[in-house]
Design a protein around this ligand. Structure first.
Ligand SMILES: [Fe+2]
Length: 282
């Protein structure tokens, strides 16, 4: 079992969804170095491999970096030689057809060693940090491919209550958010490998920072990277899917999975305010 024991003298850097986007993955690693965040304080919420053109190279960067990684449905599927990405899309839906494109591209391009490593990744990483008990997961607490969005407040509350922790950190849904619940906080770090359907090419990551006065703050930040390089790699590889355009436009090719609130926010630039974190009941 992978242990995550970050130092509480430095921020946590948390991101999800590298999505085979090598340039974005290299960019977040450079950010960590610029911010002087130790490797032991960095966590990825899964889905290393997905839409873009560099599945093996992106996996190599993450694995060799030595950060902690929660298993995403993409790692679960590739690690277990499954026939699809495990997102659970309805058969024949546009999401289903789009995911088949990248999955069939990626599957033969990821080494057996990398797949074995993916299969070994933990579904949950629980840790105590700066007086807070945190649980990092990919989708939902009981389902790796559950999409939990900012508007799913009732579900979040129930799952948070079940966890007994102060903070849940999730990924999978592709849009970052933070919600203070009746009994804790739900954080989604966002994904670095694909924009957040907000009409902007930038992607997102999260920092959790111990402030000088003892407060702890979660904050979300836009990641700029060499978008054109990732688009070119997709075209060069023959991966001419709508996701190549999405990298540039910031609009998802399909919004089937989005609840009405997130549907209506399509194309609206994200602006997330920092969120104070507190232990226990807030
Ligand atoms: Fe996922």
């Amino acid at each position: 079992m992978q242990k995550f024991t970050p130092a509480d003298t430095a921020p946590l850097l948390i991101f999800g969804g590298p999505y085979s986007n090598l340039a974005a993955t290299q960019a977040i690693k450079e950010i960590s170095q610029q911010l002087d965040i130790p490797t032991g304080n960095i966590l990825c919420t899964g889905d290393i491999v997905a839409y873009c053109a560099s599945p093996q190279e992106t996996t190599d960067v993450i694995h060799e970096w030595g950060i902690s990684v929660v298993q995403g449905n993409c790692e679960e599927s590739l690690g277990n030689d499954a026939s699809d990405c495990g997102c659970g899309f309805d058969t024949g839906s546009s999401c289903d057809l789009l995911s088949a494109g990248w999955f069939n591209f990626a599957k033969p391009r990821v080494s057996a060693d990398a797949k074995a490593w993916m299969a070994s990744l933990p579904a949950h990483i629980s840790f105590d940090w700066a007086g807070l008990t945190m649980h990092a997961i990919h989708g939902g607490l009981n389902s790796i491919n559950q999409f939990i969005f900012a508007s799913d407040t009732a579900e979040q509350t129930q799952q948070q209550a079940d966890s007994g922790g102060d903070v849940i950190i999730s990924g999978h849904c592709g849009i970052p958010f933070g919600r203070i619940l009746t009994n804790g906080t739900w954080l989604n770090a966002g994904v670095i490998g694909m924009p957040a359907n907000d009409g902007q090419p930038d992607t997102w990551y999260m920092l959790i920072t111990p402030e000088a006065d003892g407060r702890i703050t979660a904050s979300w930040h836009a990641l700029q990277y060499d978008v054109q390089d990732s688009i070119s790699k997709m075209h060069q590889a023959g991966l001419n899917t709508p996701y190549a355009d999405a990298l540039n436009t910031g609009y998802w090719p399909s919004t089937d999975i989005l609840p009405p609130a997130e549907q209506s926010a399509t194309g609206q630039p994200l602006s997330l305010s920092p969120l104070p974190l507190s232990p226990g009941i807030v």
